[in-house]
Design a protein around this ligand. Structure first.
Ligand code: PLP
Length: 384
């Protein structure tokens, strides 16, 4: 089976991890700060706080922004469940903003309408989690201009988007957000095996996230509230978690980030090949905008309603040919857990139309030319 996505581990990565295993530090050593520094340098951002997953990063982002019971958080219904679960962890209520079917990102018009209604009803969210679907940046400037009138925090869930750009600036610089989160799960652009990071330009948010990452405990004497001179003294100020990244995972990240630009360039090259080869079919790809350079975590194709096969039939035909296609995503509000919270089919029509049509076809840097040709010809055969 050709998978839809796949990590690439080279000898350099293996050597970097072994070096850590042979060192004195398996956790809380020098590699995590080194990884954080390489990310903050890459993203031109002040702070980067590494954790054990993007899910944890989203959680500490919400906590640092003060999301709590009685608060509301909005996100896109077309994302991985972690984008909204982070708000539920904090006791907040979740709601969704419908998408633009062509980009699969939050629809700015839908956001504007929903904000106007929420302002009237006094149900404005505390934070908006913006997803860069498949690595394609959402229209951040428009989103920022809309929500900044209402004092709503913005978290970018850029789990798909490290190495991508928006308005010629690297995603993660937090120009239009308070916090930006990346994932280093093996299927994403670069990997730590498991890992995530939150970037921010705010000193306050950075120090809060650092506390929440590690039990809410500080060893900084300047922050102590108890008068205590003992060298072993430490204080817990918040209810934090153990979300720390290990030195092994960080070393893998430090090694992988060196190839980030190469990977994203290769993904763009392969994506362009698909786009050029799969024309004149009842199908389309994410709309490209000139101010975005996608990181291309996913190659999302939409099978139009007038095609001779449904998305389901195409999916089954390609799987039968050992082509590991996938679907990103089942709308979050379709999940049983979210249905129990009161969401229903029909709540977000664009997301639901998109879900009927979308299929992710294999895209990863080591996808071979013959494999890509096979995928192209099987899609052409099925959609003919
Ligand atoms: C993968 C992913 C996450 C979660 O990432 P983990 O590192 O696996 O916790 C969150 N949001 C989106 C959009 C993702 O694709």
């Amino acid at each position: 089976m050709i998978p839809y996505g796949k990590q690439e581990i080279r000898q350099d990565d293996i050597d970097a991890v072994i070096e850590v295993l042979e060192s004195n530090w398996l956790t809380q050593g020098p590699k995590v700060p080194e990884f954080e520094q390489s990310i903050s340098q890459y993203c031109h951002v002040k702070h980067a706080i590494a954790v054990n997953s993007a899910t944890s990063a989203l959680h500490i982002a919400c906590l640092a922004l003060g999301v709590t019971t009685n608060d509301i958080v909005w996100t896109s219904p077309i994302s991985f469940v972690a984008s909204s679960n982070c708000a539920l962890y904090c006791g907040a209520t979740v709601d969704f903003v419908d998408i633009n079917v062509d980009t699969a990102n939050i629809c700015v018009d839908a956001l504007a309408k929903k904000l106007a209604i929420a302002a009237q009803q006094n149900t404005l969210p505390k934070a908006l989690v913006v997803v860069h679907m498949g690595g394609l940046s959402a229209p951040m400037a428009d989103i920022y201009n809309l929500v900044s009138q209402y004092n709503i925090a913005i978290i970018e869930d850029a789990s798909h988007a490290i190495g991508g750009q928006y308005q010629e600036r690297v995603i993660g610089d937090c120009r239009y957000s308070d916090i930006c989160v990346f994932s280093f799960h093996p299927v994403k652009i670069i990997t730590c095996a498991e890992g995530g990071i939150a970037t921010t330009n705010s000193d306050t948010l950075a120090s809060k996230m650092t506390l929440f990452r590690s039990h809410g405990i500080t060893k900084d004497a300047n922050l102590f509230t108890q008068n205590n001179e003992n060298a072993w003294h430490y204080e817990q100020h918040h209810l934090g978690y153990n979300y720390r990244l290990t030195e092994l995972n960080a070393a893998l990240g430090v090694s992988q980030i060196k190839r980030l630009d190469e990977y994203v360039a290769k993904r763009n090259e392969l994506a362009q090949l698909y786009r050029d080869a799969l024309t004149e079919l009842p199908a389309s790809f994410q709309a490209q905008s000139t101010d975005c350079y996608s990181a291309y975590h996913l190659m999302i194709m939409r099978v139009h309603n007038d095609a001779n096969v449904t998305r389901e039939q195409l999916f089954n035909a390609l799987r039968a040919q050992k082509i590991g296609v996938n679907v990103h995503y089942i709308p979050i509000h379709f999940q049983p857990y979210y249905q129990q919270l009161g969401f229903k089919k029909g709540d977000f029509p664009n997301a639901e139309t998109y879900y009927q049509q979308c299929i992710s076809i294999p895209l990863f840097p080591s996808l071979s030319a013959p494999d890509q040709q096979k995928i192209i010809s099987e899609i052409r055969k099925a959609l003919r």
